[in-house]
Design a protein around this ligand. Sequence first.
Ligand SMILES: [Mg+2]
Length: 242
Amino acid sequence: MDSLLFALVLLGISGSYVTNAEISREQLKKGCSNKPADIVFVLDESGSIWGPYFKKQLEFVKDVVGIFQIGPTKTRIGTVTFDSTSRNIFNLNTYSTATQIKQALDGVEQHRGGTRTYDAIDKMHNEMLSSSLARPGVPRIAIVITDGESEDPVMTEKAAKVARDDGIIMFAVGVGNKANRKELVSIASSPVNDYMFMVDNYAGLKTLRKILAWRACQALRVEVLTPLSEDDLPLEGVMWRK
Ligand SMILES: [Mg+2]
């Protein structure tokens, strides 16, 4: 029995979960509505990221933001971009509405320097999701979007591990044709199939955003759903009920 079928059987037994294909937008909202989270996006703006692709990253973040209920007592969003320098675009408590966040993202420009992913992860961990900004008892989630080609993969792996060991849930999203899967795996939480996504092109991000939002919702649950394998993720032609 493959994992998808197995998951479906479990779903039938528990009756409390739905598959990717069955998740409607309404269900996504409902699933996240009472689950506050502190989420920081870590976005690669280095020179290896083609300009239009960087814009796609920003659109992706805006799309994901639209799926969560945003507010001071609900889900809060922060964003850091990085090349050789890590830039705090806005903190968890900077904005209180999705509209404000989307407007702020529209104003972000790409600097196209080096790729010090580890510095950005450190900043996310030690500053943006630190105890002075993150809420006690609320899940802390980081979503790192990169082509996976940092200047020092060992330092990137270490920074991600330190963050994970401190309880931060780490998603890694690979972008670009040359995305380095190995580094993405080293960033993501376990099991990797739940927290690491590769897309062949940026169009895939549009579909991926829904899966990612769902995974983030799942990460907020105490219960654990049998993970679908990477092959099971319907990156193309996914059926989302409107
Ligand atoms: Mg780069």
